[in-house]
Design a binder for this molecule. Structure first.
Ligand code: FA5
Length: 361
């Protein structure tokens, strides 16, 4: 092939490439440009390389130089085309060697972690009870004996107050003289001379705090951690959560208590859940019941409930002749386990991310 013909083939290819660059405006046209000029099989550069082979030997060095220049120019044009498209598709420039953004590809879920199943459960319970008209309130995890026991009608000699069954924060209980109680007693009216502190063993403490400070009638729930020196097994853990409910009004009845707990159970666990109320005893409710839900072919105890004992009303300065109410306390871990099919409570607190990742909502 004559050197003139080769030179004009190079000029023609470069002119074509410049012209084609104008029409590159998408990933599709960019890919067409790449194949047309640099395609390994039938690309224009490949054809030019074949022509180079036919150039007479004495012109080969000059022709080879022109071919290399043409290839560099085409690569430069391809880089420009890539940058042009990346600006169009992402709205901002990216490096010419970096990946193109293709908004048509399916998105990848970002790895930002998931909420702990107990956190998800707490939010879900608040949402259900909110629909039943219960306002959320909170109470402290470090409590005094007034709120954890005394005002709840749990006398000094009751086994529930045994130091071996509670996490006391002081080894010796300090009973302060009556005159120095004002700053210690969080404003309770009739008790208040007790200074020992403990990690609360039940959220029923919040019943007392709320009745001490909130005008009647009231309807609240309170969710949070409680602590008991229970040996861990599949259904017990030394730290767990409870949901306390309290409704005080004129003429509150046991039938309303049962309706609320049934409605809650079917909202949270589904319409086919069975609920059973067993007669029981709690010092702060009379009558009292244990609440069981049918689960995996057996009855599982989820909590306790009952009508507020008149002694509790009296302790917080409410007239039991005028007011009535009910309370309940449910184990949040057991509810969460029931819903998610978790068979061992300890799995919730092993901090094993392989277990926790399963609860991506
Ligand atoms: C109480 O704590 C009462 N305060 C409940 C109550 C409230 C009764 C208001 C009446 C009126 P109990 O000790 O049974 O009751 O605990 C309630 C629930 O907490 C249990 O049914 C269970 O679901 C859960 N629970 C108790 N101990 C543990 C534990 N170690 N680990 C996990 N969950 C537990």
């Amino acid at each position: 092939m004559a050197i003139d013909s080769f030179d004009s083939a190079v000029d023609g290819l470069l002119a074509d490439a410049q012209a084609s660059l104008q029409s590159v405006d998408s990933l599709e046209t960019l890919e067409a440009f790449r194949i047309q000029f640099t395609g390994a099989k039938n690309g224009a550069l490949k054809s030019l390389q074949k022509l180079l082979g036919a150039v007479p030997p004495e012109h080969k060095p000059a022709a080879g130089k022109r071919f290399n220049q043409a290839r560099e120019t085409i690569e430069q044009l391809l880089t420009e085309a890539t940058e042009k498209v990346s600006k169009v598709s992402s709205g901002k420039p990216i490096s010419s060697t970096g990946p193109l953004v293709d908004p048509t590809l399916p998105g990848l879920r970002p790895r930002i972690g998931v909420l702990h199943p107990i956190t998800q459960t707490l939010e879900h319970l608040k949402e259900i009870m909110g629909r039943l008209g219960f306002n959320v309130t909170e109470g402290p995890e470090i409590e005094d004996e007034w709120h954890n026991f005394v005002a709840l009608n749990i006398p000094e000699d009751h086994p529930a107050r045994d130091p071996l069954d509670n996490f006391y924060l002081a080894t010796a209980k300090t009973i302060l003289p009556k005159s120095s109680t004002e700053t210690q007693s969080s404003g309770n009216s009739s008790g208040g001379d007790i200074a020992a502190r403990l990690l609360r063993s039940q959220t029923s403490t919040v019943q007392i705090r709320v009745m001490e400070s909130t005008p009647l009638p009231l309807r609240i729930i309170s969710l949070g951690r409680v602590y008991r020196p229970d040996a861990p097994d599949a259904t017990h853990f030394p730290m767990f959560h409870q949901m306390e409910g309290l409704w005080v009004d004129k003429n509150v009845t046991m039938a309303q208590l049962k309706s609320v707990l049934r409605l809650f159970a079917t909202s949270y666990l589904g319409g086919d859940v069975n609920v059973r109320f067993r007669p029981s005893f709690f010092p702060f409710t009379e009558p009292s019941v244990e609440v069981d839900y049918w689960w995996n072919g057996q009855w599982i105890e989820f909590g306790g409930a009952g009508m507020i004992d008149p002694n509790v009303f009296t302790a917080v300065g409410i007239d039991p002749e005028q007011w009535s109410g009910f309370a309940f306390g449910l184990g949040v871990e057991r509810l969460c386990m029931r819903r998610f099919g978790i068979t061992d409570i300890r799995d919730l607190y092993r901090s094993d991310v392989r277990f926790l990742r399963q609860f991506a909502s």
